[in-house]
Design a protein around this ligand. Structure first.
Ligand code: CO8
Length: 257
């Protein structure tokens, strides 16, 4: 499918989505949101794909929602369009989403990274929620997802001051899981995607689903949810194969991948 603001291509068993508005620092227009979500949904439904990588350019993952597009909006238009609700489609993707972040991930860019399951950062990455400097607040989950994942103190600091944090700080507070040399970012993210795509897809998708439950339910309900999904894996061929391969000291040949 031809897109205007992104590129989407399979790389082996990894679906690669590249944000492609270089002149605007990959600012997230509404069209770009729709295209990212469409490409991610297509990869999600493609049996040959086991994980999805979302990346930008070396200079910018995404410098936020498109301010020029929003500048003249009135309340009624924003409210009636339920502006940015379209991102819910990205969070409905069931296969693992890996954000490979180089350069600026600001405002909506930081929030889109936080919607992903794994965030890999290049050494030059800079994260922040500068909306306060524009007279607004984050509107794609920055006050909610960040508070749940990196805690109240750091979220308040970022949201209320608009300051940027570097890759090392983002890793230390848990927004980012790994920091890699800038030149290696894409290759490393694709390798992580390939590694995940090699495992049993039902196990991978159940594991993602179970981790995400931790953000939705109290602990006892979450533990029960996890146990039931765990029990369900014993109904899959891949559990039989994975355990037999371990016992026989060979590599597993998962059927569902
Ligand atoms: N929107 C639109 N255009 C942008 C954006 C953006 N977010 N960011 C950069 N650009 C454009 C610039 O306007 C410039 O265009 P032009 O060449 O036509 O003047 C071009 O990209 C290059 O940018 P700079 O010249 O500024 O490049 P620098 O290297 O000097 O600076 C920065 C890079 C630091 C990233 C700087 O561009 C910047 O601060 N950008 C804005 C960052 C920002 O404030 N982001 C938050 C946006 S608001 C948001 O995300 C809210 C989401 C939720 C909204 C919910 C509403 C309901």
């Amino acid at each position: 499918m031809a897109y205007e603001t992104i590129k989407a291509e399979p790389r082996g068993r990894v679906g690669l989505i590249t944000l492609n508005r270089p002149k605007a620092m990959n600012a997230l227009s509404q069209l770009m949101m729709r295209e990212i979500c469409q490409a991610a949904a297509d990869f999600d439904g493609d049996a040959k794909i086991g994980a999805i990588v979302l990346t930008g350019s070396e200079k910018a993952f995404a410098a936020g929602a498109d301010v020029k597009e929003m500048e003249k909006l009135g309340y009624s238009e924003a409210y009636l369009a339920d502006l940015w609700r379209g991102w819910d489609r990205l969070t409905e993707v069931r296969k693992p989403l890996i954000a490979a972040v180089s350069g600026y991930a600001l405002g909506g860019g930081c929030e889109v990274a936080a919607m992903c399951d794994i965030v890999i950062a290049a050494e030059n990455a800079k994260f922040g929620q500068p909306e306060i400097t524009l007279g607004i607040l984050p509107g794609m989950g920055g006050t909610q997802r960040l508070a749940r994942s990196i805690g109240k103190a750091k979220t308040m600091d970022l949201v209320l001051t608009g300051r940027l944090m570097d890759a090392a700080e983002a890793e230390s507070c848990g927004l980012v899981s790994r920091v890699v040399p800038t030149a290696d970012l894409l290759e490393d993210a694709l390798k992580i995607g390939e590694k995940i795509a090699d495992f049993s897809l039902p196990a991978v998708m159940s594991a993602k689903e179970s981790v995400l439950q931790a953000f939705e339910t109290p602990l006892d309900a979450g533990l029960k949810y996890e146990r039931r999904l765990f029990h369900a894996t014993f109904a899959t061929d891949d559990q039989s194969e994975g355990m037999a391969a371990f016992v026989q000291k060979r590599s597993p040949q998962f059927k569902n991948r």
